[in-house]
Design a protein around this ligand. Structure first.
Ligand code: NAD
Length: 418
């Protein structure tokens, strides 16, 4: 038996834990688990050297009872349909918890974008968009960035879909600002992670100023979380990428360090190649640091049954999707570790995507300040609900978040009828 549960197993069990506190018929339980639609298709690509590579494209649409499907596109070599089923389900709970008029979806391509040229990536992304074009749209399913994708890929998708549909920027969110993207969307997930961390600190009467933070993954989410947390006065002591991490007990000059990391990345160098006095640590060591806040902001499943007992952080803020497996969740709670679940901690991204979609439909652009202010209010409201439900029903934060989200979905399904 594998010690590490799969994303889908984790998802199923987290849902079971919510059902323990709800009255759900077996039929409704089955409906909530199973995706509405699962799409998998071939994506052959002629490479720059003339050879052919075969990739697969995926889009899983989980639930649309509260509005069109919504969820990111991930380009990563270790991804398959089962993984997307789990990630799509998480999106349904996330949009519901944040009370957004969306359902949940997820998709992408099983490729390592780092090994493809820009031309190859553009061809692959546009071909992907053409193949799913009949299933997406501003009132059907709205993709957004996730791991391995960003504004550039969203622009390519917008372009591919515009040939048949006409220019409709609401077809995708997380676009470049020049093409209807919302100022603030790029940094929104990391901003949300930082704000939620500050809300948790406030709840404990603990100063965020000087609180120690370790962040795994300095991509879009991790880097912006580090920047905003540092603005709030927190002490970021560890950062990493897929090759390993760096540690500085006195805290980094975050802006300067992020600049250096970005320069290194352009030269295809790792964070550990930084010319600095910082200590080098492995990703495993980063997760075991004694810090106030541990923020996994990279891949899923990094905190699992094999390392859960080694964690020393008081609080884990799930910036990544599903970084803590279900098998690790229970022992961590028993040890008194607080876990702020992904469906709240990283919901800044989809909430800002919603605000981008709203602006696109009005053909109007807000300022970045207005977007971040609106986002903060929405996160505060959702955090208050989760905190209060947790206290009222004696649930941990993940259970409380799931219960609130699932209750709303069940209500919508019943109101719409069958
Ligand atoms: P990204 O591709 O911009 O960055 C990922 C980072 O993680 C990179 O620094 C990479 O080197 C590092 N990494 C990859 N594999 C690793 C490993 N095995 N160990 C340690 N580090 C590793 O991705 P992102 O958009 O920042 O997304 C990160 C996480 O946040 C994902 O789980 C994603 O689903 C989640 N998320 C992203 C958004 C968003 O708006 N981008 C929104 C919600 C949730």
């Amino acid at each position: 038996m594998s010690l590490k549960d799969t994303p889908r197993e984790s998802c199923e069990r987290f849902l079971d834990h919510a059902f323990d506190h709800l009255t759900v018929s077996p039929e409704m339980s089955q409906l909530l688990r199973s995706p509405y639609r699962e799409i998998r298709f071939e994506l052959p690509l002629k490479r720059d050297d003339g050879s052919i590579s075969l990739f697969f494209g995926y889009r899983v649409q989980h639930n649309q009872s509260r509005g069109p499907f919504k969820g990111g596109l991930r380009f990563h070599q270790d991804i398959d349909l089962e993984h997307f089923v789990a990630l799509a389900q998480i999106m349904t709970w996330k949009t519901s918890l944040l009370d957004l008029p969306f359902g949940g979806a997820k998709g992408g391509i099983n490729c390592d974008p780092g090994t493809l040229s820009e031309r190859e990536l553009e061809t692959l992304t546009k071909r992907y968009a053409q193949r799913i074009s009949m299933f997406i749209g501003p009132d059907r399913d709205i993709p957004a960035p996730d791991m391995g994708t960003g504004p550039r890929e969203m622009a390519w998708i917008l372009d591919a879909c515009s040939h048949n549909e006409g220019f409709n920027p609401a077809i995708v969110t997380g676009k470049p600002v020049e093409l209807g993207g919302a100022p603030g969307r790029l940094e929104a997930t990391g901003y949300g992670v930082a704000q939620i961390t500050a809300m948790v600190a406030a709840e404990r009467n603990m100063a965020i100023e000087g609180a120690t933070v370790a962040i795994q993954g300095v991509g879009n989410v991790g880097a912006h979380a580090a920047g905003f947390l540092s603005e709030l006065g927190a002490k970021v002591v560890a950062l990493s990428d897929s090759h390993g991490g760096i540690y500085n007990a006195s805290g980094f000059d975050v802006n300067r360090t992020l600049e250096l990391i970005a320069q290194n990345k352009q030269r295809h160098k790792s964070i550990q190649d930084l010319n600095s006095d910082f200590d080098k640590i492995s990703n495993a060591e980063l997760l075991e640091l004694e810090v106030d806040f541990l923020i996994p902001a990279a891949v899923g499943g990094v905190i699992n049954e094999q390392n859960a007992d080694k964690l020393q952080a008081k609080t884990v803020i799930e910036a990544a999707n599903m970084p803590v497996t279900c098998k690790a969740d229970a022992p961590l709670h028993e040890n008194g570790t607080t876990i702020i679940p992904d469906i709240l901690a990283n919901a800044g991204g989809v909430t800002a995507s919603y605000l981008e979609w709203v602006q696109n439909r009005q053909r109007y652009q807000w300022s970045k300040e207005k977007l971040l202010e609106n986002l903060k209010e929405r996160l505060q409201r959702s955090w208050n609900l989760v905190r209060d439900r947790s206290a009222k029903d004696n649930l941990n934060y993940r259970q409380a978040a799931y219960v609130i989200a699932v209750e709303r979905i069940i209500k919508a399904i019943n109101l719409r009828g069958f």
